[in-house]
Write a protein that binds this ligand. Sequence first.
Ligand code: NAD
Length: 474
Amino acid sequence: MTSTRIAVIGAGPGGYAAAFFAADRGLDVTLIDPAPNPGGVCLYRGCISSKALLHAASVIAESRHASALGIEFGQPRIDLTKLRGWKDAVVKRLTDGLGQVARQRKVNYLQGTASIVDANTLEVDRLDGTRETVRYDHAILATGSRPARVEGLAPESPCILDSTSALELRDVPRSLLVVGGGYIGLELGTVYATLGSLVTVVEMTSGLLPGADRDLVTPVARRMERLCKAVLVDTRVVRMEEDGSSILVTLDGANVAEPRQSFDKVLMAVGRVPNSTIPGLENTRVTVGPRGFIEVDAQRRTSEPSLFAIGDVVGEPMLAHKASHEARVAVDAAVGGSAVFAPAAIPAVVFTDPELAWCGLTEQQARSEGRQIEVVRFPWAASGRSITLDRTDGVTKLIVDPGSERVLGVGIAGPGAGELIAEGALAIEMGATVRDLKLTIHPHPTLSETVMEAAEVFFGQSTHVYKPRKLPVR
Ligand code: NAD
């Protein structure tokens, strides 16, 4: 029997951040997860593993692109075993590191699966076959999410992949169907297409990345269309049958020339569902909403006062950095603090080529809410830095409140957009105005200047874009 002040179930970026933060505040913490070290889906089979592979893909893409600059590298020879080994080494380095900092913080890490006995007790089935009872004052549920399945569509077959098996990179199939044109479909579609698969992306809505701003999606969609064999929107997969060593797929959509096609592999990337069926949760007063998310208040407290929940299991956006932020709120609340989860901007990044990133209000959101906004765009074709990179297909976009001049939203598409968006998140969180962005000297020549110049467009004063303002100059 272990007694602990805080028990954390799940050691992903939500859970391990919670455990570390609680330990830093002097609390006695037990962190439970089946993996040998903290890391969760994000490190073991998500963000980090996919970014390692996307980096490899970008090296290949850059080397191919170099011929436009007069540099020929020839065809890349890909050693898949070595590439896989490198990706696994990246993951191991990070997860080993997390194990080490957990030990330094004296976090009691239990490798096993937890089931809840009551509002202050849980049991852990440890990997060594033993069972341990843990008494806790507060527990934080950070059990994450898993790939969604379309009931009755995909047969059980080694040819059907989800994000987990696709990241194992067992082989590079000759042909790959990606079902779902969202984050995972486009990121992993990019990896496999660059490594040599003939990729077809099928998206059931009218455009890729349905939740994202259309101005930002356009350059990504154009490039995906060049990289892939086909990108089919407004298209559904209605049937999949195993056919020897491939999958015979029936497609239904307005622009589908060949409704029946065979693929060596199919990647299902149709969203993720929360892991809220935690054994024994029914022994508590925790409530779960209709979409399977655990219901929490602004402090991330469930309807059982001793239990908190954070991360993918409590709702969208299912992003690691949202979970880590919620972790701090939940720990603070558990010790009687007044922190609440009320971010003005949660940045989202899709690591395609080009990258796509946004935070705060989107144009579509503002229009659907009937809000008065002004939208300004700075095309990267006018940026010296993007021309030196031979990547002028980007755009930086600001959503501004015309009265107060406050920056309400920032969107960026272009190489490195994921790094650049942090300035937008800070601007929105600090209540910065578009004038603040204009008056902040940005280094030249960098892509970060596109944020400043987008702000200058608002005033009709962008150095590199001639777009006079009709209103009196401010
Ligand atoms: P997603 O919600 O981003 O995209 C799923 C897509 O599949 C949607 O566009 C949807 O319209 C489409 N779809 C659903 N059913 C379909 C069907 N039957 N046929 C064709 N299309 C269909 O989900 P995802 O790509 O699986 O990613 C899941 C979550 O994981 C994301 O929402 C995101 O929060 C997280 N994630 C984040 C990152 C990142 O931060 N870069 C990367 C990967 C995943």
